[in-house]
Design a protein around this ligand. Structure first.
Ligand SMILES: Nc1ncnc2c1ncn2[C@@H]1O[C@H](COP(=O)(O)OP(=O)(O)OP(=O)(O)O)[C@@H](O)[C@H]1O
Length: 371
C-alpha cells in the first residue's frame, strides 16, 4: 500500500504574476495573520482491493460495490480542494464524517508530508517552502494533551518558555499569558490544576498552548468535539475574538455547528467525499441550496442542512460540471516536512495518550520529524 498526497499550489497572500522567492520570516516577527490560499490539494491512498483474510472478506456483491469506489486500487481522500482564508477571518471546514476535514487541515499544517514533493508554495505573495507555512501556523489537535498537575497559568507559561524563552523577557511573557487568559476567558481558573478543569476549559487551555506563540495562522481540528453547545459557543467565540483582536487567520473543522456558532464564521468550506461543494459565506450557501432546489426547513440552519444534503448538492454540482464550468488543474508534487508540535512534545513527556496521528493503515505516510 502507499500514499500519494499532492498539493498543486499553496498561496499565502495574493497570487503574483511572477513568483518571487519567499524570504522566510521567523514566527515571532510576524504580526497579525496571513492571507492563505490553497489550490489543488489532493490526497490519494493506494489500498488493497483484496481483504487479507477470507473469514473477514465481503460477500461477492459487497466486494463488487467496494471496487466501484476505488480506481485502480487508489482511494481519493481529497480531490482538487481549493480554499482561502484572510487575516482576521475564521474559516470553518464542515462536512459529514469521513469527508476529509482532518486530512485537509493536516495537509495545510504540513503534518502529513505530501508525496511527490510540493510544487509551488507562496507566502504573502512570494514563493515559499512547505516549512514556511508550518513555521507561521499553530495546530490544535482534537485531543487535549496537557500536564494534569500544572495550573492553567503554569501550562501557558511553560508553553511560552519552551519556545520563546530565549527571545522574550519574563515580564513580556507574563503579559502575553495574561492577555491570553482574558481572550480565552480562563482568568477565573488561572490557578486551577488542569485535572480539575471542565472539558470546555481544558479545550481552551489546549488552544492557549498554541496561541501563546502568536501564530499568524491557527489551525484547529474539531475544537468543539464532545462539548455541550454552550461550551462550543464559548470556544468559537474566543477564536472569533482572537481573530478580530490579533488579526490571526483561523481555520477549524467542526461537526454540526449551531446557528449561533455559524454566525461567527466568515466563510464555510463544505466538503463531501473529499470534494468541495461550497466555499463562501453561510448566506451564499443558502443561495446554493436554493439553486439546487433544496428548501431550507424552518428553524434549521443552512450549514447543518447542507451537511445532511450533500448527496443532493453533489448531484447539483455534477449537473453544473457537465455544463463545463469546472476544470481542475492536475495534481503537483509537494516536499517532505519536519516539525513536531508543542502538543506532541507534551504528549511525549506526559506519556498520557497514544499518538492519535498514527496512520490507521500500513502505508508510508511521512510525518513531521518527531511526530
Ligand atoms: N492513512 C489513512 N488510511 C486509510 N484511510 C484514511 C487515511 N487517512 C484518511 N483516511 C480516510 O479518509 C477519509 C477522510 O478522513 P478524515 O479523518 O479526514 O475525515 P473527517 O472528515 O475529518 O472525518 P470525521 O468528521 O469523522 O473526523 C476517511 O474515510 C478516512 O478513513
Amino acid at each position: 500500500m502507499g500514499v500519494n498526497k499532492s498539493v498543486n499550489k499553496v498561496v499565502m497572500g495574493h497570487t503574483p504574476d511572477t513568483v518571487t522567492p519567499h524570504k522566510c520570516m521567523p514566527k515571532k516577527a510576524r504580526a497579525g495573520g496571513c492571507d492563505v490560499q490553497a489550490t489543488g490539494i489532493n490526497y490519494r491512498i493506494a489500498v488493497s482491493t483484496h481483504p487479507p483474510l477470507k473469514v473477514w472478506s465481503r460477500s461477492d456483491d459487497d466486494a463488487q460495490e467496494h471496487h466501484h469506489h476505488l480506481i485502480n486500487g487508489v482511494r481519493h481522500v481529497l480531490r482538487n480542494v481549493t480554499c482561502r482564508v484572510r487575516p482576521g477571518e475564521l474559516l470553518a471546514i464542515v462536512g459529514p464524517s469521513g469527508a476529509g476535514k482532518s486530512t485537509l487541515l493536516e495537509i495545510l499544517d504540513g503534518r502529513l508530508s505530501p508525496s511527490p514533493p510540493l510544487d509551488l508554495l507562496l507566502l504573502d505573495g512570494a514563493a515559499a517552502a512547505s516549512a514556511d507555512l508550518r513555521r507561521v501556523s499553530g495546530y490544535v489537535t482534537q485531543r487535549d494533551v496537557l500536564f494534569p498537575l500544572l495550573t492553567v497559568r503554569e501550562t501557558l507559561l511553560f508553553s511560552a518558555r519552551l519556545r520563546l524563552g530565549a527571545t522574550l523577557l519574563a515580564k513580556d511573557m507574563d503579559a502575553r499569558v495574561d492577555a491570553l487568559l482574558d481572550d480565552l476567558t480562563l482568568r477565573r481558573v488561572a490557578a486551577t490544576r488542569i485535572k480539575d478543569l471542565s472539558g470546555g476549559e481544558r479545550r481552551r487551555v489546549s488552544i492557549g498552548v498554541e496561541a501563546v506563540h502568536d501564530h499568524a495562522v491557527l489551525i484547529l481540528d474539531e475544537p468543539t468535539s464532545g462539548l455541550d453547545s454552550a461550551s462550543a459557543l464559548q470556544i468559537v467565540g474566543a477564536l472569533r475574538a482572537m481573530a478580530e483582536t490579533r488579526g490571526q487567520t483561523v481555520l477549524l473543522s467542526i461537526h454540526q455547528p449551531g446557528a449561533r456558532i455559524v454566525k461567527m464564521f466568515d466563510s464555510v468550506l463544505l466538503l463531501a467525499a473529499g470534494s468541495v461543494l461550497h466555499h463562501g459565506t453561510a448566506d451564499q450557501l443558502r443561495s446554493l441550496l436554493a439553486d439546487a432546489g433544496l428548501r431550507l426547513p424552518p428553524h434549521v440552519d443552512a450549514v447543518e442542512f447542507s451537511i445532511d444534503s450533500v448527496d443532493a448538492l453533489r448531484a447539483h454540482r455534477r449537473l453544473i460540471s457537465a455544463d463545463g464550468l469546472q476544470q481542475a488543474p492536475p495534481p503537483q508534487p509537494a516536499p517532505a516536512s519536519s516539525r513536531c508540535t508543542l502538543q506532541q512534545l507534551f504528549q511525549l513527556h506526559s506519556k498520557q495518550v497514544a499518538d492519535e496521528d498514527t496512520p490507521t493503515m500500513a502505508v508510508p505516510i511521512h510525518k513531521k520529524e518527531g511526530s
